[in-house]
Design a protein around this ligand. Structure first.
Ligand SMILES: Nc1ncnc2c1ncn2[C@@H]1O[C@H](COP(=O)(O)OP(=O)(O)OP(=O)(O)O)[C@@H](O)[C@H]1O
Ligand SMILES: [Mg+2]
Length: 448
């Protein structure tokens, strides 16, 4: 009796030590190393184990469909399970008269014989490897959707832009990145405050300042899909609503050049036009009809339709979504569209600063400094060249790049731009003078 007690105490302490070592192993060894050990320990077991093992997974494929084979096995084993297994799972199957179906619970075993071959059916569970799942989500093929003939069609989204390669002030860049990351992690917060999990960005600035590039960088940072919504091809508000409902969670919905793609001030302009029409003497019904036809042919998406979508539709669709509008002319947009809450963050992308230039120099020429940087810095302060223009000059013409040649080419372009800006200023001043005096005037401008 004493010996048995000792034996149990001994086994107990060995088991405890093993559990402790296993816990330490799980805690301190990286996932990959653990997987390596598990794989090789399984190989060792297989070496001594005489049976062949076949695994049927309950869910298959990317879409996590329930496997037909698994269901068939569950049905096949149903009667045997209820007699052999100690723990059973119960479920109601909806056929003509609802019936209770029993199947074996996880980690139960049922033996079977098929054409003289002995079989053992075991049920088990694979723990969801959250880390691996996160990596899978991040690395999954992301999609770029475009609306075409009232439907979304997609291609693989593979834009290489990142915030790291985006030319803009580091502080501003950091702020935007933090804003995006905070948003992507704020599901509970949005639920708690009772707001739909969405955030609106308005990117504005002259052409070639990186608006589209930033959108790609945003999608890459968060691992989201991109929906590039071409509003001019959307027939009406109903179609707009349908397209938006079809968007999936974890996506960026982009409407580029919002001022051009939609007559957002249409309501007001139409009113004004009507007033003018009322005053005008010309009332040709045929011309009127043609005008009406022209109007019907173009998109019937209205500002209110768009605003309704921004405010309302999101609540109905689960998951996070970013909506990004871009424009070259922020002043043309209706204030209703860009008020806070609809467009939460307004981001100005502007002409190339010296800090932005340094990012481009690093990207294109792999340099952090150069003797010519001081000249570039001074010229950039006096000119308005977009990052796209600067990038064009920094683009190496051969490999390895001729750094000096590229920088001199940029300096030359900056000097030309500076000269043009001066001439423009003179011309504008002359025109102003002419307006004031009514006579052609001239202005002298002292140039250093
Ligand atoms: N801030 C930037 N950082 C890095 N590259 C930039 C930046 N701005 C422009 N570029 C370069 O210039 C090209 C044009 O930029 P992009 O299409 O993003 O400009 P945009 O602001 O969207 O212009 P548009 O208003 O005409 O649509 C890009 O392919 C990119 O190579
Ligand atoms: Mg663009």
């Amino acid at each position: 009796m004493e010996a048995t007690k000792d034996w149990f105490a001994h086994v107990g302490s060995v088991l405890a030590s093993m559990m402790f070592v296993w816990a330490m192993f799980r805690q301190y060894f990286p996932c990959e190393l653990r997987e390596y050990f598990e794989k090789h320990s399984k190989r060792l077991v297989v070496f001594f184990y005489p049976y062949i093992q076949v695994t049927f997974h309950e869910f298959t494929g990317d879409r996590f469909m329930r496997s037909d084979a698994y269901l068939a096995i569950e049905n096949y084993l149903s009667s045997r399970s209820s007699t052999e297994a100690k723990r059973l799972k119960a479920d109601i199957v909806k056929n003509n008269n609802q019936s209770l179906v029993l199947s074996m619970d996880d980690y139960e075993e049922v033996s079977d014989e098929f054409q003289g071959v002995r079989l053992r059916w075991n049920s088990g569970k694979t723990a969801m490897k959250s880390q691996a799942t996160a990596i899978k989500v991040r690395n999954r093929m992301r999609k770029l959707y475009t609306n075409n003939c009232s439907r979304w069609s997609h291609v693989t989204f593979q834009h290489p832009a990142t915030f790291q390669t985006l030319a803009m002030e580091a502080e501003k860049k950091q702020e935007i990145m933090e804003d995006l990351i905070t948003f992507s992690k704020a599901e509970d917060f949005y639920a708690r405050i009772g707001r739909a999990w969405k955030r609106g960005y308005l990117l504005y600035g002259p052409p070639g300042t990186g608006k589209s590039t930033m959108i790609a960088a945003m999608a890459n940072l968060l691992g989201y899909d991109l929906y590039d919504l071409e509003l001019t091809s959307v027939r009406d508000n109903t179609e707009l609503r349908r397209l938006l409902i079809e968007t999936t969670s974890k996506s960026v919905i982009v409407i580029e050049d919002i001022d051009c793609s939609l007559d957002l001030t249409g309501q007001r302009r139409k009113k004004k036009e009507k007033e003018e029409e009322g005053n005008s003497t010309e009332k040709d019904p045929r011309q009127k009809l043609e005008k009406e036809e022209r109007e019907t042919r173009s998109s019937q998406v209205t500002l209110s339709g768009l605003l309704n979508f921004i405010d309302g539709i999101w609540s109905a669709c689960g998951g996070e979504r970013l909506i990004v509008f871009t424009t070259n002319h922020i002043e043309k947009l209706d204030p209703a569209l860009i008020r806070k809450g609809r467009m939460d963050k307004h981001i100005e992308l502007s002409y190339c600063s010296f800090e932005a230039f340094k990012v481009l120099a690093k990207n294109y020429l792999s340099i952090d400094s150069h003797d010519l940087f001081a000249t570039v810095s001074e010229l950039l302060r006096e000119t308005k060249l977009t990052p796209a223009d600067v990038a064009e000059h920094l683009m190496p013409k051969k490999f390895p790049p001729d750094v000096e040649f590229s920088l001199r080419s940029l300096i030359q372009a900056l000097e030309v731009a500076k000269e043009e800006a001066k001439l423009k200023a003179v011309k504008e001043a002359e025109e102003k003078e002419e307006e004031l005096t009514g006579e052609p005037g001239f202005v002298t401008l002292e140039v250093k």
